[in-house]
Design a protein around this ligand. Sequence first.
Ligand code: SF4
Length: 218
Amino acid sequence: MVREAIAARRDFTFGEVTVAFREGRVELRGPRSGPDATALADTIEALPEHLRSDDHGRYRPLSGARTMPGNWRVSLPEKLTEAAIEAIYPQALLHQQQAARGTLRVVTFEDVVARQRGRYRVAGELGAAGRERARDALCGRCVRTPVWAGNAASAADIPCPEPCSVMIALCREAALWQREPPQASSPDPQVPFADFLTPGNEVREACLARTPAGATHG
Ligand code: SF4
């Protein structure tokens, strides 16, 4: 569990971030960070600011999405390690600790859909196979493990206790695709991450690619 590693000042990797302790300070590095990595301002606030967009300049609506910009580092007093992780992956430490203690409150897809109003309610029409495709396509691009879908999380994983709003938005579109299957397109990394309506969206295309030809239900 990461909180134990922090308490012991032990280096670790969490999601896409590597964390190393050096002489009273902690250094966090993003993916693909080399010796020329950009040094961020040494404040907690610099992290969400820098991580708001990916390397293509696209807004990142999902903190756990594996679209974190690369080649950056930040050095902070080691007492700020938990706060830095919280700024990068909100609630991840809490959920990991709750999972270890057996107190993580898991909410099912059905329960989340049942509380939707208006345009997102149709997400509940998505069949089991469609949900599985949506989960594979979206959660497969996220550092969190969807325990709400029955996936097993190890002590080192970041458990995700309930479908996020991006997942519900994807399931809404996928439910509509059941009625009228769209044409598949080539993935286009310029299309915004959660713009599932636009052909070329990577998650949309991953979902459609997993859909058997002629499947209109589930
Ligand atoms: S539902 Fe999936 S994509 Fe959304 S936060 Fe959880 S694991 Fe990540």
